[in-house]
Design a protein around this ligand. Structure first.
Ligand code: NAD
Length: 253
């Protein structure tokens, strides 16, 4: 992909799953990574594995729910490398998802946590990164979800948070596109991260497979490839879009 070599990029929520795969892919493309995660050891392990493979990366303690913590990650990156060229905003509280029920039953603790991390956190990252992205003519890619579109009887907070990310992304593309900052979102379908793969019963795997129209389930590397493309110069004319990577499960107009 064109234009990723030597770019200074942050993966916000890159300690596992899709974020870790994205950090690895971006490093393979020659980018210099700062990986932030609430699980500091996980961020550092991903960074160490990139460095071990000949890439360039640092791992950082980072809480997307805290504006001070987001500011620290961005400052540390810019202090170290002089600029910021792009951001993959990926963190979500996947633990809260387990108790995310329906609108008649939802605990407001779960709702507030989900909105704070998944949606407000993405706004904080945008706010803190924008001065730097305006200087570098950089790009943002958010991780949303098919949950924003599909209509589901449960996980009301998660779907609302992801719809909010889509709105944020379109706002950013509209507000700063002319000034050279692009914003897009990737919408994974059910994705077999290492953690999900280790826990998923065979019958659930088969059920998910009946819902896709491709020959296998989606992998974190599939999402990573799309994020890398959207951050690259090859995607220079893609702005304000949600790109589904879901094996054709949801065919949107
Ligand atoms: N796996 C799927 O099937 C799937 C489908 C659709 C969308 N997604 C989205 O993809 C993204 C990644 O999910 P994943 O499946 O790789 O899960 P994951 O749990 O492996 O990744 C989420 C990462 O965010 C980090 N995180 C959580 N709270 C944080 C906080 N407050 N501050 C900083 N980091 C924090 C976690 O520690 C973790 O490393 C999420 O936005 C999720 O909503 C996943």
């Amino acid at each position: 992909m064109r234009g990723l070599k030597d770019k200074i990029l942050i993966v916000a929520g890159g300690g596992s799953g899709i974020g870790a795969a994205t950090a690895r892919r971006l490093a393979e493309e020659g980018a210099i990574l700062a990986i932030g995660d609430i699980v500091e050891t996980a961020a550092q392990q991903v960074a160490a594995s990139i460095v071990g493979a000949g890439g360039r990366a640092t791992g950082h303690a980072f809480d997307i729910a805290s504006e001070a913590s987001v500011a620290d990650l961005i400052k540390a990156t810019v202090d170290l490398h002089g600029q910021l060229d792009g951001l993959h905003v990926n963190a979500a509280d996947m633990r809260a998802l387990r108790e995310d029920t329906d609108a008649s039953d939802i605990s407001f603790d779960i709702f507030d946590r989900t909105i704070t991390v998944n949606m407000r956190g993405h706004l904080i990252c945008t706010k803190q990164a924008m001065p730097h992205l305006l200087k570098s003519h950089g790009a943002l890619v958010y991780t949303t979800s098919e949950a924003a579109y599909v209509g589901e009887p449960t996980r009301v907070s998660y779907a609302m948070s992801k719809s909010g990310i889509n709105a944020l992304m379109r706002h950013v593309a509209s507000r700063w596109g002319r000034e050279g900052v692009r914003a897009n979102a990737v919408a994974p379908g059910f994705t077999l991260t290492e953690e999900i793969d280790a826990q998923l019963p065979q019958d659930a795997r088969e059920t998910f497979f009946t819902q896709v129209r491709s020959a296998r389930l989606v992998s974190p590397e599939d999402i990573a490839a799309t994020v890398a493309f959207l951050l690259s110069d090859d995607a220079m004319s893609i702005n304000g879009q949600v790109i589904s990577v879901d094996g054709g499960r949801l065919m949107r107009a």
